[in-house]
Design a protein. Structure first.
Length: 376
């Protein structure tokens, strides 16, 4: 079953890993991205890591519904995975209108383009943040939802918008995937997450401290009701997460009934790890102790978050396979590669960099910048 998938935000952290796994599964991918939080260079590695495949790039803004519809039609897109959007909780508190405007408009644009073109399968990037400080552990999809910040509320609102749209549209299937804590990088070391500025999240902060870019890791609280008192999360390797998207989209595409529900599905491992466990594993992988100290709790943090991942297994036969060792190993490998002197890295990237230039030279002037992978 070879299908064409549109990945909005496909150049970003989760989108780029998912594109690799879609190509590996034999699908073709169109990435629509405006590169506001990603780099064109990262795309160059994708066909190499995936071992070939058909991939196209449309540079533009997902809030432009005409552009989204044009891309869907031009490539006869079978399904859309909507990753594009803003994701920083702190920024959303400081500038809520930006988040409501960008994230909601982006989702409305995708849905109206899909309605206009008859493309009827959608996977949406939601988040475990929709569960707020729920006390039910592990958290099933039926747990009450509530979010304490504008970013999380955009995810809840978009899930509700999709509910209404699915209810009003025959044969439209949608899955909202609620990610727990995505971490790690592709084992090749070529793609991963490079946060701009000081990272808020634990893994990138540890990685930058290990790389000597930060003095020490601050552990936010050691008085939670967890194994060692430090906060515990359900971390999921980004490659597992990417494979979850492939399973989800293939499940949607295999559905033939007229009335399809909009399912919300957790993507997590069902296993929790504390901050100290992550630090110790990361230190083991690097081969030296990463400096850290205990500081007071971070305001707004929950002590424990853990997915019940059984629905994903029941619905589309997916479960996470990679453990904390692989998450730390691959995250560190990407961080170490990012820190390499530019010359050495450029040599190693060789073929990928040339591919990238070719794509950009080949762009047609269509009002939108669009390129075709010459390797296809
Ligand atoms: P990311 O920022 O790395 O990727 C998002 C991509 O979307 C970027 O390439 C960015 O340039 C692009 N983009 C943003 N606004 C756009 C616009 N208006 N038009 C076109 N492209 C646009 O983020 P990510 O970590 O890959 O997250 C992907 C999705 O998953 C987001 O919706 C995010 O909210 C959600 N999510 C992420 C996490 C996480 O921890 N990373 C957790 C839960 C949910
Ligand atoms: N932590 C530290 N020190 C740090 C950073 C984090 O001790 O420098 C701790 C936190 O207190 C928490 C754990 O490490 O116990 C994980 O923190 P992250 O910031 O990595 O992840 P969160 O679970 O707090 O937040 C993530 C996403 C949010 C999303 C939330 C709920 O970053 O966008 O999950 O799904 F809203």
């Amino acid at each position: 079953m070879t299908k064409c998938i549109l990945a909005t935000g496909g150049a970003g952290y989760i989108g780029s890993h998912t594109t690799v796994e879609l190509l590996r599964a034999g699908h073709s991918v169109v990435i629509l991205d405006n590169f506001e939080n990603s780099a064109r260079d990262a795309l160059a590695s994708i066909p190499k890591i995936a071992g070939g495949g058909k991939i196209w790039l449309a540079e533009g803004d997902v809030r432009n519904a005409r552009l989204v519809a044009d891309v869907i039609q031009r490539h006869s897109v079978d399904a859309v995975i909507h990753f594009a959007g803003k994701k920083a909780v702190g920024e959303s508190v400081a500038d809520p209108l930006l988040y409501y405007h960008d994230n909601i408009t982006g989702a409305l644009s995708v849905l109206s383009a899909m309605r206009g073109t008859g493309c009827k399968r959608l996977v949406f990037s939601s988040s475990a943040t929709v569960y707020g400080d729920v006390k039910m552990l592990p958290i099933p999809e039926t747990a009450p939802t509530c979010s304490s910040n504008p970013y999380g509320r955009t995810k809840l609102m978009i899930e509700e918008i999709i509910d209404d749209f699915v209810a009003s549209t025959d044969d439209f299937g949608a899955l909202s995937l609620r990610y727990f804590n995505p971490v790690g990088a592709h084992p090749s070391g070529f793609i991963g997450e490079s946060p701009i500025g000081t990272p808020n999240n634990l893994f990138p902060f540890i990685a930058q401290t290990a790389a000597g870019m930060r003095d020490m890791v601050q552990i936010f609280g050691n008085d939670y009701e967890t194994r060692d008192g430090t906060g515990s999360r359900d971390y999921i390797h980004v490659v597992d997460l990417a494979r979850g998207h492939v399973a989800a989209v293939e499940h949607l595409l295999s559905q033939t009934t007229n009335i399809l529900p909009h399912r919300k599905v957790n993507l997590g491992t069902g296993k929790g790890h504390t901050v100290l466990e992550v630090l110790n594993t990361f230190s083991k992988v690097c081969g030296f102790q990463i400096p850290h100290r205990i500081v007071p709790r971070r305001p707004g943090d929950v002590g424990l978050s853990l997915a019940d991942p059984s629905l994903a297994f029941g619905l589309f036969n997916w479960r996470a396979e990679l453990g904390l060792d692989e998450m730390c190993r691959d995250h560190w490998r990407f961080q170490a590669a990012t820190n390499e002197p530019r010359g050495r890295r450029r040599t190693r990237l060789g073929a990928e960099a040339r591919w990238a230039n070719r794509v950009w030279e080949d762009f047609e002037s269509l009002g939108i910048a669009e390129g075709r992978n010459a390797l296809a």
